[in-house]
Design a protein around this ligand. Structure first.
Ligand code: AMP
Ligand code: MG
Length: 411
């Protein structure tokens, strides 16, 4: 399935461009989750394993789009008078039959009776003495919907690798789908590392800080449609971390760690992954983001994210989210960005991609005043990220920049 070299970067490259890193992940990863058939009512939120076909056309029969009066054929200009049949057709009625030359009362959603192909709006009609009168012209087929005009039975309604959301739930229901082949949710283990970390809500001594990354990454996993698996905090102790990674590999399909991913004395995530022989310390030309440690632990991919919460979130969104989607059976997601004028100035070094905490106000992108990667408040102030490409140099108010809303990252 995943090969030991799936995270190996080409030798001799020191600072890998973001796109090269993403291309490598895209090429080397494949779904790891089990496939099973579930009733359509349980399919919402799951990822389709195969293309889903419509079992019924939508609409299943021709029907009326308005409340009005139905008859056969279009009518030329001028006043028309037609006898009104005693029956009426309402939504849910099996289609009846209308005599030639007559009109029938029809209500929105009703299947068209045999002998009706055109409907005139009730507002345009006068009813008197068992007959209707209205003014032409009326186009043949007016105010009706054709069978299958939306979807024909047998057509693909949801492709493979799509997560079934609210719109798809409606589409599957409308097209008579009974069961869907879906993937089991991807289990995402989240582990925080660092001697200094204390559980949020508890008491911190001097020198200690609260573990901010774990609640952030657990929520991210949940919002992306995966099943978060809370593997707690581990101090900077290699044996403790080894045991925790073992447990995470048992309980999850992919492991997100934060902290300890560089090459320092207390960087035990990278040290342990290194022991497995599957690790690559990714030096990506990106800001924010210290090295990312990628490797396999007992066959499970590990994304060793930086400890700084800002870098951890940006790296998780940019580098861990698309591969997790693929592992979960989804197609590789490309976050949709929007080009907007900058409301800020910045002199950017060429040669690396930068992600700035940003939001759009009055049609222009504002960025958080401090780029410090410890500024968690800026993550919350922002509503997305501005991505400045490798080559960008001087940005002044009005320069077009790419704004990617958090929503485009699935947040
Ligand atoms: P590290 O990558 O372990 O060197 O950590 C980099 C910085 O991020 C240090 O200032 C850590 O204290 C901080 N940090 C690491 N993990 C967390 C966490 N879970 N929550 C908040 N800050 C963290
Ligand atoms: Mg640390």
């Amino acid at each position: 399935m995943l090969t030991n070299s799936c995270f190996a970067l080409p030798p001799g490259v020191h600072w890998t461009p973001v796109q090269d890193a993403l291309d490598l992940l895209r090429r080397n990863l494949a779904p790891v989750t089990q496939v099973r058939d579930v009733p359509v009512a349980q399919a919402t939120g799951r990822v389709t394993a195969t293309a889903v076909l419509a079992e019924r056309s939508n609409p299943p029969l021709p029907n009326t789009a308005v409340d009005g009066y139905g008859f056969a054929g279009g009518k030329p200009e001028g006043v028309h008078r037609m006898p009104l049949a005693p029956a009426r057709a309402a939504a849910g009625d099996a289609p009846g039959i209308l005599k030639k030359g007559e009109a029938m009362r029809v209500l929105t959603g009703a299947a068209l009776p045999e002998g009706v192909d055109t409907v005139v709006l009730q507002e345009d009609v006068t009813v008197a003495d068992g007959a209707i009168s209205f003014r032409g012209p009326v186009r043949q087929g007016a105010n009706t919907r054709k069978a299958g005009e939306d979807v024909e039975a047998g057509e693909v309604v949801v492709a493979a690798g799509r997560r079934i959301g609210a719109p798809e739930a409606a589409l599957l229901a409308a097209t008579g789908v009974r069961a869907v082949s879906v993937r089991a949710p991807l289990r995402v283990a989240v582990v925080s590392t660092g001697e200094e970390l204390v559980e949020p809500g508890e008491t911190a001594r001097d020198g200690q800080i609260f573990d901010a990354n774990r609640p952030m990454l657990l929520d991210l996993a949940r919002r992306l449609g995966h099943t978060p698996v809370d593997m707690g905090r581990v101090p900077d102790d290699r044996d403790a971390l080894r045991a925790r990674l073992d447990a995470a590999a048992q309980d999850a399909d992919v492991i997100l760690t934060s902290g300890g991913a560089s090459a320092g004395d207390e960087d035990h995530v990278s040290a342990l992954l290194d022991e497995t022989g599957t690790m690559t310390l990714w030096r990506i030309a990106v800001k924010p983001g210290r090295p990312l440690a990628l490797g396999l632990w007992q066959g499970k991919p590990v994304f060793g994210l930086p400890g700084n919460p800002v870098a951890a979130l940006v790296c998780a969104l940019v580098f861990a989210r698309p591969p997790m989607a693929v592992l979960a059976g989804e197609t590789w997601p490309e976050p949709q960005g929007f080009d907007v004028p900058a409301a800020f100035s910045k002199n950017k070094k060429a040669g690396r991609t930068e992600f700035l905490r940003a939001r759009v106000r009055d049609g222009a992108a504002e960025v958080f005043p401090s780029e410090g990667s410890g500024r968690i408040s800026g993550l919350s102030w922002a509503e997305g990220l501005v991505e400045l490409p490798m080559e960008a140099a001087e940005i002044t108010p009005g320069t077009m920049v790419r704004f990617i809303p958090y929503g485009s990252f699935g947040l």
